[in-house]
Design a protein around this ligand. Structure first.
Ligand SMILES: Cc1cc2nc3c(=O)[nH]c(=O)nc-3n(C[C@H](O)[C@H](O)[C@H](O)COP(=O)(O)O)c2cc1C
Length: 218
């Protein structure tokens, strides 16, 4: 993505603003598939915005007993995220299952390695949103979402939520919060998002992408 207003010393013409496409990073961890299903819906929301495309990335699991290394490319699913993904993307939508009311360690582990981006302020001013999946209705959706925001605030990101102008937020009987999208799994074997949960995932993707695209244009 080239920055608007940057001077171009070479003779190549700058891309027209209307053809500029910004990447929105959808970064998630999922062990049993629910957060992965949410990430797919977030991507669908992003892709409804002209000039925005989703870049889906995950993180490998971590081990408590030793520093484990994994193949750079997982056997299935999206590629593992690299710092370059965060640097290159115009915005971030980040998802994690709840772990005791907090984000999962693999995602936190990845974020803990982002000092090289924090020092020069590479993420400052970029929009971000968060989503989570829990087993139970009151198992810590809000605490997880709010704590996921903390490192993003340190990076200077602009947090985007879900206002009640999104009608599904009033209708939902399961997941969905003003702080970000959520899903309640009720310990079901295969993840099945409710219509409202899926709609709010798409709304979050759409809102983050819309803001990122307009920030790039202005
Ligand atoms: C170690 C651990 C801690 C968990 N803590 C909570 C919790 O605090 N609240 C809750 O509702 N669910 C909790 N869960 C359940 C998961 O958050 C839930 O099943 C989630 O939907 C899984 O997402 P995934 O399918 O993307 O892996 C926990 C699960 C594990 C393994």
């Amino acid at each position: 993505m080239s920055r608007i207003g940057e001077s171009h010393p070479c003779t190549m013409p700058a891309p027209a603003l209307e053809t500029l496409v910004v990447d929105i990073l959808v970064l998630y961890y999922s062990r049993d598939g629910a957060t992965a299903a949410m990430a797919q819906q977030v991507c669908r929301g992003i892709e409804t915005i002209a000039g925005a495309q989703a870049r889906l990335r995950t993180v490998p699991p971590v081990s408590t007993v030793c520093e484990a290394t994994d193949d750079a490319i997982p056997a299935s699913g999206p590629p593992y995220a690299a710092l370059a993904d965060l640097r290159e993307c115009a915005a971030l939508v980040m998802g994690s299952p709840t772990r005791f009311g907090n984000m999962a360690a693999p995602l936190k582990y990845f974020l803990d390695a982002t000092s090289a981006l924090w020092l020069p302020g590479d993420l400052a001013g970029k929009p971000a949103g968060v989503f989570t999946s829990t087993a139970t209705m009151h198992g810590g959706q809000e605490t997880t979402l709010l704590s996921m925001m903390l490192p993003l605030f340190h990076h200077g990101m602009l947090l985007v939520g879900l206002p009640y102008t999104e009608a599904a937020l009033t209708r939902t009987r399961t997941g969905g919060t003003p702080y970000g999208a959520s899903h309640v799994g009720f310990n079901e074997r295969s993840p099945r998002l409710s219509d409202e949960e899926a709609e709010l995932c798409r709304a979050l993707g759409r809102r983050v992408a819309d803001l990122a695209a307009s920030l790039v244009r202005h």
